[in-house]
Design a protein around this ligand. Structure first.
Ligand code: BMP
Length: 454
């Protein structure tokens, strides 16, 4: 069976939990929002969910199973199909005609019914349901819950003598997301404050416009990319992860007008020749006014990086306006990058990346302090406005690539990460019409920036 963690990550991809500022029914402001209803539309997930729930509560101890309407109805049905435990159906409102029954299906007085609930918060609605079921002369001793929001519901039910079996608590869910780099440190803090009854501080960070950022940055490459953003009304960097020079030049020619930079991995080109690859690429960059960003991700000591940057067949320093670099070798290792603006890798988009909170915060300190660094590749907001924010892992349709990449929509990253530049690879070059997609990402990215600005 799929591990609980992998299963939860599968559920997370269906957007069952969102972080931000949500006003609850009670008027209270919550830093997260849980909605498990999307799970019922994914048959594979629903089946695995039923298996997990049946593992934490033994079906042999019950005569019947019943879901609390509505989200848990299909969950209870899936459990019934897996375990052969007969299902009964509880209505939300009694019909005013016909049998006027509150519970449908076949049951006998005195039978023990296992209740299924998707999310437990205060437990009040569950208690109402239990009372209604018991009014039909059925017994309820156990409740199985997919997610406990840890707001007193479990305790309330246990005080009334019920056994509550939960698949995930909110804390466990957050731990899983944190381990997989999917939980922003600031969201984690807000959730902890919320659960422990402390005041939740919501961010009042305001996005700076490209024009405002222009005033803050001093590196010429940072200025250049901001100027291009303003003149081309684009915050799109296309990642051209193709393996031949012909493809690289073709994509650069076609999508050049829509982008502020073309990101390359020159070491994946099987026919790299400086004269035939870089010279025409530079001409295209000039013609369409975009920067060249070599995603080399240097990760060595300064002396080696100096050689990797200036020598070898790629001679990166002679043509790359921007290079990416890990900062794992420490600040002085950034000194050799004299001809390009450096974008530091602060946190990565892939699942299970080791760029966790401590690393991210330390890496950010290096980025802030080094004059060669113009910004960071990140999945989290940065503390300092003088650094430009570059975000890969952006796709309009996919959530993952099945190799660990995790995608978010342009709107989401502009809103949550205060991204300045989105980096899109397969969402453009691996489609039937890269030009149309580049134009689409340009428009959506620009609108998302304007929307967040206002
Ligand atoms: P795609 O949109 O096809 O997933 O490509 C993303 C690009 O961004 C790749 O070139 C990848 O190397 C790069 N990238 C990333 O996806 N996540 C990171 O954290 C850092 C990256 O440089």
């Amino acid at each position: 069976m799929m591990s609980k963690e992998d299963f939860f990550l599968g559920c997370y991809n269906l957007e069952i939990i969102k972080f931000g500022k949500f006003t609850l029914k009670s008027g209270m402001e919550s830093p997260f929002y849980v909605d498990l209803r999307p799970l019922v539309s994914d048959p594979k997930i629903l089946k695995i969910l039923a298996g997990h729930l049946l593992r934490i509560v033994s079906p042999d101890n019950f005569d019947l199973i019943c879901g609390v309407p509505y989200a848990a109805l299909p969950m209870a049905t899936a459990m019934s199909l897996e375990s052969h435990l007969p299902l009964i159906l509880k209505r939300k409102e009694v019909k005013s005609y016909g049998t006027k029954r509150l519970i449908e299906g076949l049951y006998k007085k005195g039978q023990n019914c296992l209740l299924v609930e998707d999310v437990i918060t205060s437990g009040k609605s569950l208690i109402e349901t239990i009372e209604e079921v018991e009014r039909e002369d059925l017994k309820v001793t156990d409740v199985v819950v997919v997610l406990d929001r840890e707001q007193g519901g479990k305790e309330l039910l246990e005080k009334k003598g019920l056994r509550v079996h939960t698949l995930f608590t909110l804390t466990e869910a957050c731990e899983i997301l944190k381990r997989n780099n999917l939980l922003f440190p600031e969201d984690e803090k807000r959730i902890k404050d919320f659960l422990s009854g402390n005041k939740v501080e919501f961010s009042n960070k305001k996005r700076l416009s490209y024009a405002q950022k222009l005033e803050k940055v001093s590196h010429p490459v940072a200025k250049k990319i901001l100027e291009l953003a303003l003149s081309k009304k684009s915050n799109l960097i296309a990642s051209a992860d193709v393996c031949s020079t012909v493809e690289l030049l073709e994509i650069a020619e076609k999508i050049g007008p829509y982008i502020v930079a073309l990101k390359t991995h020159v070491d994946i080109l099987s026919d790299f020749k400086f004269d035939r690859t870089i010279l025409p690429l530079r001409d295209l960059a000039e013609k369409h006014q975009f920067l060249l960003m070599e995603d080399r991700k240097f990760a060595d000591i300064g002396s080696t990086q100096e050689r990797q940057y200036n020598h070898g067949i790629y001679k990166i320093s002679s043509w790359a306006d921007i290079v990416t670099s890990q900062v794992i070798g420490g600040a002085p290792a950034m000194d050799p990058f004299l001809n390009s603006g450096v974008v530091a890798i602060l946190s990565m988009s892939s699942s299970g990346a080791l760029t966790r909170r401590e690393y991210f915060l330390e890496a950010q300190k290096i980025a802030e302090s080094h004059p060669n660094i113009i910004g960071g590749v990140t999945q989290h907001p940065l503390q300092h406005d003088s650094l430009l924010v570059f975000t890969p892992g952006v796709h309009l349709e996919s959530k993952t690539d099945k190799k660990g990449q995790q995608y978010h929509s342009p709107r989401e990253v502009f809103k949550r990460i205060y991204t300045d530049f989105i980096i899109v690879g397969r969402g453009i070059y691996a489609t039937e019409n890269p030009v149309k997609m580049a134009e689409k990402y340009r428009i959506i990215g620009w609108e998302a920036y304007l929307e967040d600005l206002s």
